[in-house]
Structures are given as structure tokens and as C-alpha cells.
Write a protein that binds this ligand. Structure first.
Ligand code: HEM
Length: 412
């Protein structure tokens, strides 16, 4: 592939609309140019980092490689639109994934304890009930459904609504906003609204939640954020709604995509599905493998604060680096048989949740929720087969399947 074509493919949402295209592209980069200067037309240049070891090396050095101000692939035209819409600010929301220390630590501290295993364990029963209700809903469909749209998209949303205390009747509105937000370039997902509209819709939705919680604080995460203070002062309106947007967006399609991509992997690898049915204690390992396999977060950027040499390439101060998580998770030097889905893979040092101080804040919650769902599904649903072609969202940022038509039988 010519460099110009390759560079355009890295930023093109369509590349991520088929699993093969994405992995062919990154396998080539890992082999031929793992630290690749990428100069697509219409985008500011950046380095594409495709090796597992390099992503860890960069993420570990969070003072040398910072998150602000560029966090994801956006065209120059779009970046200008954002500045216009935001009175000069370079981003639509500003949450912990856009912050660096010392601010990052202060904002992360607001919710960090809440996301630790001890706290999340308090919710295990409620999450288990949501998992049970989701499988009930699937079984009520008869013996066929579109697993992504009928089941996988709803369950993580219900978990988010549970942790943020959002009433059931707002589910459809929140789902539409999230789809538009993560639809990338995919017309089926965006339904006519763009990222700016979708972000404002998100912010407005959560502004109401924050106002309500300030008036009536409860013992929940939404109230912790609404009443949070940093350096002894309440956090601003923009930072408050950004915090909610970050949690609701980061926690939703990531898990929907992992569950549906994970189920597809089990359908395509019946021996792996059998392993789990024979020994459900392997489900936690299988969930890790699903995150590696699907890698729903396709990238985040970092910016170098000083000149740095990586694999003989000179990265200059101010240069941006794209961390290609799905590529790292198929790296031949980090995993044995990286292109095989191995339900009980150990060790499994994937970077699907990132690494270092910015590693996924909701990682433990995500695992609890996905384990609960898989346990429920595999104990109540028997055979599962495809009835049509699966389809992937065309997005370079976060996403996975957008359609997974299946036929299934109930076990009891
Ligand atoms: C399968 C599910 C999930 C996956 C694969 C995933 C993946 C990721 C990745 C790759 C990052 C960036 C890490 C880095 O920069 O090193 C991240 C950050 C983050 N995730 Fe998740 N995530 C998932 C679920 C969740 C959930 C359920 C929540 C919360 C409700 C959440 C909240 C966050 C937040 C707040 C950040 C920013 C952390 C920071 O910058 O300090 N995620 N996640």
C-alpha cells in the first residue's frame, strides 16, 4: 500500500467497518513501520503506534506523553468547527481522559473509590438482576433476535442508568444520544445528527441530572459528581456535565461491543463455547479475552512534551501519537497465536482497557457486568447460530458490531 493510501486508511471510519481490513492494515504496520509518521490529507499529522510494548512504554510515561489537548482522530475541518462551537476551546467536553496531572489526579479522586472492587461488589446483586432481565427479554423474542440491537445495546445502558440513578423512561433518549455520539461516519448509527449535536444533547441531558441531584442528593454516583469539589471549590458546570458524559459514553458502547463481538467469537469457535459451558468458572478469563479480541476502543492520542526516540524515530515535542489498541492486542510479540480466540487464555496482558494512570476507570465494573451477563446467557441459552451476516460500525474511535442476527434455543 502506498503511504498516502495507508495514511488515509488509518483515519477512515470505513477501515474499521470490517474486522479484516482493520487487522490487515495494522499487521502490515507492526511488521513494516511500527512507529509510522501518518500524514492523511485533511488531518493534522501524527505517529501511529501499533506495537504492544511501545504503547505501554508511552502510557507509562504520563509526564512525557500527555493527554491534552488532542485526544482522538478529528479532521481539521471538524476541529475548527469545535473551536467555533466552543468559543475557542479545542474540545466539546473536558473529562478526566482530557486532563493531565495534577488536575487528572484531583478529578479522578472524585469517583475513584466508587469504582474500586469493594464498592462495585455492593452492586453485584442489582447487576445480576439486570443480566437476568436482559436474557429474559432475549428469550421473550422467541428463538431469533438481533443480539446487538435487541440485547447487547440495552444491558450496559441499564447498568449506566443504575449507577447514575437515571429513571427507566429516559433509556431510549440516552440510547439515541449515545448512538449518534459513537456513530463515527456510520449513517445507520448517526441518524442525521453529528458529533457536535450529539455532545450537546448529552450535556443538556446530564445538566438536568446534576441540577436535580444538587437539590436532592442521594447515596449514588450522580450525587457524588453533582456535589464534587476540587481544591475546596465546587467543580464547574462544564466539568460536571463532562464527567457524566465521560462515564455514560465510556461505559456504554464499549461493553455492548465487547459482549456482541465476544458472542460472535464463541459462535465461530464452538470448542471455546463448549469450554465455558463445561466450566463456567472460566467465564472471567473469557471476558478478558473478549476485550482483547474486540478491543472496542480503537485509539486514544498522546502528545509528547519533549523529544523522544522510539524504534529509531525522533518524536518531537508537540508531536501527537495515536495508540492503536486493537493492533497491540493482536501483536505477535505479545501474544501466542494472537489471531486465535482462546476463551481461557493465560496470561492475557491485553491493553483493551489501556494502561497507566489513564487505564479505564470503569474496568472492574465492566468486568462484573460482562461476567454476570455471560453466566446468565450460557446457563439459559442452548445452541446459538448466525442467521445472517454480522455488520460492524464504521468508526475509527469506539465501537464494534452494529448487527448480530442469531437463532437460539432455550435450555430450560
Ligand atoms: C468493555 C468495556 C470497556 C472498555 C474496553 C474500556 C476501555 C477503555 C480504554 C481503552 C480507556 C483509555 C485508557 C488509556 O488511556 O490508557 C478507557 C478509559 C476510561 N474508561 Fe473505560 N472501558 C470500558 C468500560 C468502561 C466503563 C463501564 C466505564 C464507567 C462507567 C468506563 C469509564 C472510563 C473512564 C472514565 C476512562 C478515562 C480514564 C482516565 O483518563 O483516567 N469505561 N476505557
Amino acid at each position: 500500500m502506498q503511504d498516502a493510501t495507508l495514511d488515509q486508511a488509518i483515519v477512515d471510519h470505513k477501515t474499521y467497518g470490517t474486522l479484516d481490513r482493520q487487522h490487515v492494515l495494522f499487521s502490515m504496520l507492526r511488521k513494516d513501520d511500527p512507529v509510522h509518521l501518518t500524514e492523511p490529507s485533511g488531518f493534522r499529522p501524527f505517529w501511529t503506534i501499533s506495537k504492544h510494548q511501545d504503547i505501554i512504554e508511552i502510557e507509562r510515561q504520563n509526564e512525557r506523553f500527555i493527554n491534552a489537548p488532542r485526544t482522538k482522530i478529528l479532521s481539521i475541518e471538524f476541529e475548527n468547527k469545535v473551536r467555533e462551537a466552543m468559543a475557542g476551546r479545542p474540545m466539546l467536553v473536558r473529562a478526566i481522559n482530557h486532563m493531565d496531572n495534577p488536575e487528572h489526579a484531583k478529578y479522578k479522586k472524585i469517583t475513584h473509590a466508587w469504582f474500586q472492587p469493594r464498592e462495585v461488589r455492593r452492586l453485584e446483586e442489582s447487576i445480576g438482576s439486570l443480566a437476568r432481565a436482559s436474557v429474559d427479554q432475549m428469550l421473550q423474542k422467541g428463538n431469533e433476535c438481533d443480539f446487538y440491537n435487541d440485547v447487547a445495546v440495552w444491558y450496559p445502558l441499564k447498568v449506566i442508568m443504575l449507577i447514575l440513578g437515571i429513571p427507566d423512561e429516559h433509556g431510549q433518549r440516552l440510547l439515541d444520544i449515545t448512538k449518534a455520539y459513537f456513530g463515527g461516519g456510520d449513517p445507520e448509527m448517526q441518524r442525521g445528527s453529528d458529533l457536535i449535536d450529539a455532545t450537546f444533547a448529552y450535556v443538556n441531558f446530564f445538566r438536568e441530572v446534576a441540577q436535580e441531584r444538587r437539590q436532592n442528593p442521594k447515596d449514588d454516583l450522580a450525587s457524588i459528581i453533582a456535589t464534587a469539589e476540587v481544591d475546596g471549590k465546587p467543580i464547574g458546570e462544564f466539568e460536571t456535565s463532562s464527567y457524566y458524559v465521560a462515564l455514560a459514553s465510556a461505559g456504554h458502547d464499549t461493553a455492548s461491543a465487547t459482549l456482541s463481538g465476544g458472542l460472535l467469537a464463541l459462535i465461530e469457535n464452538p470448542a471455546e463455547m463448549q469450554k465455558l459451558r463445561g466450566n463456567p468458572d472460566l467465564i472471567p478469563l473469557a471476558v478478558e479475552e473478549m476485550v482483547r479480541w474486540v478491543s472496542p476502543v480503537k485509539h486514544f492520542f498522546r502528545t509528547a512534551t519533549e523529544t523522544y526516540t522510539l524504534r529509531g524515530k525522533t518524536i518531537k515535542q508537540g508531536d501527537n501519537l495515536l495508540l492503536a489498541y486493537p493492533s497491540a492486542n493482536r501483536d505477535e510479540d505479545a501474544f501466542e497465536r494472537p489471531f486465535a480466540f482462546v476463551a481461557d487464555r493465560t496470561p492475557n496482558r491485553h491493553v483493551g482497557f489501556g494502561f497507566g494512570i489513564h487505564a479505564c476507570l470503569g474496568m472492574y465494573l465492566a468486568k462484573v457486568e460482562m461476567i454476570a451477563f455471560m453466566r446468565e446467557l450460557l446457563s439459559r441459552v442452548g445452541s446459538i447460530d448466525l442467521t445472517g451476516d454480522p455488520a460492524w460500525t464504521e468508526t475509527s474511535f469506539v465501537g464494534g458490531l452494529k448487527r448480530l442476527p442469531i437463532r437460539f434455543s432455550r435450555l430450560h
